[in-house]
Design a protein around this ligand. Structure first.
Ligand SMILES: Cc1cc2nc3c(=O)[nH]c(=O)nc-3n(C[C@H](O)[C@H](O)[C@H](O)COP(=O)(O)O)c2cc1C
Length: 171
């Protein structure tokens, strides 16, 4: 099962990146960091087709399991992730074949936040968007961080191990 983790956070080497790196090493997954790509906002006129979005999607389509990694920022996905999600609209309009190629791929989310649990409104856009593209949504795997920096302690290692196991058992 070829797995990619798409990271979208405002903090280099922060909690999201640490979680993604740890999970990637257990799953032998590749990482795509959205901050390394030039992605413009959704454009109704589609005059942004020469930015990095389509190249990025071509890359992502090579994988069977796509894991999004986002912090919870104001009850929602990070801004970087939202720009990427808005651009998925291109796959329903100008690049339909690419959109159809997402069908039956597995999809999941890993996230961190300061609250004990992730709010439903954080998870819904991921779950509903996966459904829209006929993808198989495996859930949001959330780790609460009570400090600015996630501690690489037993609880964190347990979270990564449980997430990896759960993902592998679901596919
Ligand atoms: C702009 C901003 C908004 C945040 N909003 C929330 C929130 O709504 N709920 C929550 O549980 N934590 C919230 N947090 C805490 C972050 O989710 C948490 O610190 C996370 O681990 C940060 O990940 P990062 O290091 O990848 O940025 C917020 C943090 C920031 C910087």
């Amino acid at each position: 099962m070829k797995t990619v983790i798409i990271v979208a956070t405002s903090r280099k080497n922060g909690n999201t990146t640490k979680s993604a790196d740890a999970l990637a090493s257990v799953l032998s997954a590749d990482i795509i960091d959205l901050t390394h790509y030039q992605l413009s906002y959704y454009d109704y006129q589609h005059q942004n087709q020469d930015d990095d979005f389509l190249t990025l999607v071509e890359q992502v389509l090579q994988y069977d399991l796509i894991v999004y990694a986002s912090p919870v920022y104001w009850y929602a996905m990070s801004g970087q992730m939202k720009v990427f999600f808005d651009r998925l609209t291109d796959l329903l309009t100008v690049k339909k074949l690419m959109g159809r190629a997402l069908k039956n791929k597995y999809n999941a989310v890993i996230s961190t936040g300061a609250e004990a649990t992730a709010p439903d409104c954080f998870v819904k856009p991921f779950a509903l968007t996966a459904g829209y593209f006929d993808m198989i949504f495996l859930g949001n795997f959330y780790f609460p961080v009570f400090e600015q920096e996630v501690a690489i302690n037993a609880a964190f290692e347990q979270y990564i191990a449980t997430t990896a196991k759960s993902l592998m058992q679901s596919i």
